[in-house]
Design a protein around this ligand. Structure first.
Ligand code: SAH
Ligand code: SF4
Length: 390
C-alpha cells in the first residue's frame, strides 16, 4: 500500500520545520523550501535548485505542493476574477480576486458551505458540507498569486490584501484557519501585514477571543441589525452570542492594538433593517459600547440578490440616507462598491457547489418570508457622539 503524499501547503513555517525534522533534516531547510513554494510558486522539487539534494530526494514521492483542480474561471468586465475549485466529494468552493488602483484583494473561502445559515446569504442557503483543510485555504492564495503574476507578466506581488469573506464562517474552522493566516503573514511566505489580512465573522465570540491571542489580524464583524430580535432572525448565531456580548468581545479584541479598529458589516435589506429607526437604534447601541473604547467603522453592503432569498436590495437613496445618519452621529461609514456581480462574484453570491450534510438547506427553503421587526425605543441619549476612528 502506498502512503498518500503530504501536501506541503498544509503547513505554516513551524509545521514545515517539524515535518523536515521527521525526514531527518535540519529545521532551517524548511525556510528555503517555504520560500520556493510561496514566494516563487514552485511545486516541482526538482526545480528548487539551491535545496539540498538529499532533501529533494526525500520529498519526491513523499510530498506534493498541490492546489485543488480548477473547474472554472470567470472574468468580470470590471476586472474581478472568480475561480471555482473542486475540493472533492461533489463540493466546489470559490475565490475572487478584486483589483483596485492601489491594491489587489483576494476573497478566500474557509468552508464548503456554511452552518450559520444567514437569511440573506447564498452560501448559508446551501447548508454545510465540511471544513476546508489548511492546504485548501492556502492553495487559493498560492494559486491566485502565482497565476496572476504569470498572467500579468510580473515578478512583483499582485495580491496585497486577503479577506476571509468567501464561503464559510472562518471562526467555525479555527484550527485550520490559524496556520493559513500564519502563512499569509510570514515574511518567508506572502509577507502580508496584519492589517491587510481580514477575518470576517458572524460573531463566534469564543473564537474571537482566541484569535486576539493567537493571530490578531484585522477583524470584520457582520452585524446587520441593531437589536437582538432582528439580528437573531437574520444571523441565527446571534441566539448563542447576542449583540452586547459580541460588542464587548470586540472591545477586548482591540485592547492590545491601539491603532486598530473593527469593521462592522451591515447588509442593506429593503424594508428589513434599512429604516431611519434602525439607524437610530444602531447609533444608540454604538454610543453605549463606544464609551468602552470600541473603535470601529461601518461598511454598508448593498444586498446582492439571489433567487431563493425572497429579499431585495435597499434602494441606493435609502442606503445613502442610512449612511448619512451614521456619519452625522460621528460613526465613520462607507458604502461597499459592488464588484463582479455580472459573474455572481459579489458578497454573498458565492455558492460553489455544496453537498449539504445538514438540514439547513431544507429548513431555509421553508422559511422564505421575512417579517419586519419593529425597533424598540432606543436607549436614552448618552452624550455627544464620539468620532470612533481617526
Ligand atoms: N461568514 C463570514 C464571512 C463570509 S460572508 C461572515 O458572515 O462574516 C462575507 C460578508 O458578506 C459578510 O459580511 C456577509 O454578511 C456578507 N453577505 C452575505 N450574503 C450577502 C448578500 N447576499 N449580499 C451582500 N452581502 C452579503
Ligand atoms: Fe455563513 Fe457568513 Fe453566509 Fe452567514 S453570511 S451564512 S456566516 S458565510
Amino acid at each position: 500500500m502506498t502512503n498518500t503524499p503530504v501536501n506541503l501547503l498544509d503547513f505554516d513555517l513551524e509545521g514545515l520545520a517539524a515535518y523536515c525534522e521527521t525526514l531527518g533534516e535540519k529545521r532551517f531547510r524548511a525556510t528555503q523550501l517555504f520560500r520556493w513554494i510561496h514566494q516563487r510558486g514552485v511545486a516541482d522539487f526538482g526545480q528548487m535548485s539551491d535545496l539540498a539534494k538529499s532533501l529533494r530526494e526525500k520529498l519526491a514521492g513523499r510530498a506534493t505542493v498541490t492546489a485543488p483542480p480548477i473547474l472554472s474561471q470567470h472574468e468580470s468586465k470590471d476586472g474581478t476574477i472568480k475561480w471555482l475549485f473542486d475540493v472533492g466529494g461533489g463540493n466546489a468552493i470559490e475565490s475572487v480576486f478584486i483589483p483596485e488602483d492601489d491594491r489587489g484583494t483576494l476573497c478566500v473561502s474557509s468552508q464548503a458551505g456554511c452552518a450559520v445559515g444567514c437569511r440573506f446569504c447564498s452560501t448559508g442557503h446551501q447548508g454545510f458540507s465540511r471544513n476546508l483543510a489548511t492546504a485548501e485555504i492556502v492553495a487559493q492564495l498560492w494559486f491566485a498569486e502565482h497565476f496572476l503574476r504569470r498572467h500579468l507578466k510580473t515578478d512583483e506581488r499582485v495580491i496585497s490584501n486577503v479577506v476571509m469573506m468567501g464561503m464559510g464562517e472562518p471562526l467555525q474552522n479555527y484550527d485550520r484557519l490559524v496556520p493559513a493566516l500564519r502563512v499569509m503573514l510570514d515574511d518567508h511566505g506572502y509577507g502580508l501585514s496584519r492589517r491587510r489580512v481580514t477575518v470576517s465573522t458572524s460573531g463566534v465570540v469564543p473564537m474571537i477571543e482566541r484569535l486576539a491571542r493567537d493571530c490578531p489580524v484585522a477583524l470584520a464583524v457582520s452585524l446587520h441589525a441593531p437589536t437582538d430580535e432582528l439580528r437573531s432572525h437574520l444571523v441565527p448565531l446571534n441566539r448563542k452570542y447576542p449583540i452586547d456580548e459580541l460588542l464587548r468581545t470586540c472591545t477586548a479584541y482591540l485592547a492590545a492594538a491601539p491603532r486598530d479598529f473593527i469593521t462592522f458589516e451591515y447588509c442593506m435589506l429593503d424594508g428589513v433593517n434599512d429604516q431611519p429607526e434602525h439607524a437610530q437604534a444602531l447609533i444608540a447601541l454604538m454610543r453605549r459600547h463606544g464609551a468602552d473604547g470600541l473603535r470601529c467603522k461601518f461598511n454598508l453592503i448593498p444586498f446582492n440578490p439571489f433567487p431563493q432569498s425572497g429579499l431585495t436590495r435597499s434602494p441606493t437613496a435609502r442606503v445613502l440616507a442610512f449612511g448619512k445618519l451614521l456619519n452625522d452621529a460621528g460613526m465613520v461609514t462607507t458604502v461597499r462598491k459592488t464588484r463582479g456581480d455580472d459573474i455572481d462574484a459579489a458578497c454573498g453570491q458565492l455558492a460553489g457547489d455544496v453537498r449539504d450534510r445538514t438540514r439547513v438547506h431544507e429548513r431555509m427553503a421553508r422559511q422564505r418570508t421575512i417579517v419586519l421587526h419593529p425597533v424598540p425605543n432606543h436607549a436614552p441619549d448618552q452624550g455627544a457622539p464620539r468620532k470612533v476612528v481617526s
